[in-house]
Design a protein around this ligand. Structure first.
Ligand code: ZN
Length: 396
């Protein structure tokens, strides 16, 4: 029998269509599905099919965790005084009350339309969307260099996360980032978030919208805030939405306090800055955290890790010693991942895997994985911080 070319063409088209549909059901959140869903005629059908196969989104309604720790120390070398001049972090209502019930990773959520509209209203100009790595960006910042820099940072964050923590987040990033040029506009947006206890953080995450501002801040400072907030988003997709504060904030600051060189994030390195003017030096970011922790540890004034791990959101965010709790959390993570003993990193990644699989997240569970005592954990953190201070020549 002679085959006619038209028949062959239809057979081929049928095979391609079936393979395409099968691929949509396997990866409904893939980038190409998103693009195909915008196509004329077949787009709506692809979207409908993808929707059927997406993981249930109900859990994505969990309230967001505000965040963003920023601590600045000014040290007067004549008087050797340590003075926190800014120690702020956005607090929030406990993300899921006191009984977290959603331990598994959840898919990314699109921004709440009302919250996003409120933020976009406050932008001065250029309200069309752009991209910032895998996220949608709305901004009135005109500095192209800064936008390219932040975009490169946002684009690589997920692969940095995967290699540092050994976890593969659920695919797809659907949240939006709003980057204000003006601090006043950002503050105005912040003022509209009644659930936040503290309204002085440089960045916030609210209902699928990450917001921050650039005015008066260095590029790496803005990038650190962005990394902090975006890590919270990735945490939800990799670990779950109901994390204890030490873990959620610890991972966010572990990455946010890294150095960025060129356009690359180097996890495990100590970011932040030290700016000298006369006898005064102003420390920011990771360097400020090392000084604060190192001094507390030397004075025997650093609370036990066991206590830190048991804190609920409200206590963790309470004003007194808040920046110290952020620092202790992130340097606990660092001290485990970057310890000279590689067994600790393996054990910590094992703990993270347990969390992502829905196991109970308790201090004891971490300790069991690490196979050490609380006292040993406290002293390995203290000596890690001391080594960091010596390496970076910081006055602790
Ligand atoms: Zn945070």
């Amino acid at each position: 029998m002679k085959r006619d070319p038209l028949g062959k063409f239809f057979l081929l088209a049928l095979i391609v269509a079936v393979a395409g549909l099968a691929a949509v059901t396997r990866a409904p959140d893939a980038k190409w599905v998103e693009r195909a869903a915008k196509a004329a005629v077949i787009g709506p059908w692809i979207e409908r099919l993808a929707d059927l196969y997406r993981r249930p989104a109900a859990a994505a309604e969990a309230p967001d965790i505000g965040g963003g720790a920023e601590v600045i120390y000014r040290i007067d070398s004549r008087r050797n005084e340590l003075r926190p001049t800014v120690a702020v972090a956005a607090g929030s209502v406990p993300p899921l009350g006191s009984e977290p019930a959603l331990p598994l990773p959840i898919p990314s959520r699109p921004p709440d339309p009302e919250v996003l509209a409120a933020a976009r209203e406050l932008l001065a100009a250029a309200k069309d969307s752009q991209t910032l790595g895998p996220y949608t960006l709305y901004t009135d910042v005109r500095d192209r260099g800064l936008l390219i820099y932040l975009s490169a940072v946002a684009a690589q964050l997920e692969s940095v996360y995967v290699s540092r923590y050994g976890l593969e987040p659920l695919p797809g990033a659907r949240e939006a980032v709003v980057l204000f040029e003006s601090e006043a506009s950002y503050q105005q947006f912040l003022a509209g978030a009644p659930e936040l206890i503290q309204q002085s953080a440089p960045g916030l995450l609210r209902s699928g919208v990450v917001a921050t501002y650039s005015e008066g801040r260095g590029w790496s400072e803005v990038a650190a805030t962005l990394i902090h907030e975006l890590t919270h988003l990735v945490n939800k997709r990799a670990l779950g939405p109901a994390l204890p504060p030490w873990l959620d904030e610890g991972l966010a600051d572990d990455l946010a306090q890294s150095r960025i060189e060129g356009l690359r994030i180097f996890p495990g390195t100590l970011g932040g800055s030290a700016v000298r003017s006369g006898s005064r030096t102003e420390y920011k970011g990771g360097q400020a955290a090392v000084i604060e922790l190192g001094r507390a540890a030397s004075a025997g004034d650093l609370p036990a890790i066991q206590t830190l791990l048991a804190l609920d959101w409200e206590s963790f965010q309470s004003v007194d010693r808040r920046s110290q709790r952020y620092g202790q959390s992130s340097f606990l993570v660092r001290s485990l991942l970057d310890s000279p003993d590689p067994g600790l990193a393996t054990a910590f990644r094992g703990f993270l895997r347990d969390v992502s699989e829905g196991q109970e997240i308790t201090g004891e569970a971490l300790l069991n994985r690490l196979g050490c005592s609380w006292e040993a954990l406290d002293s390995q953190l203290a000596s890690f911080v001391r080594r960091q201070a010596v390496k970076a020549d910081l006055p602790i």
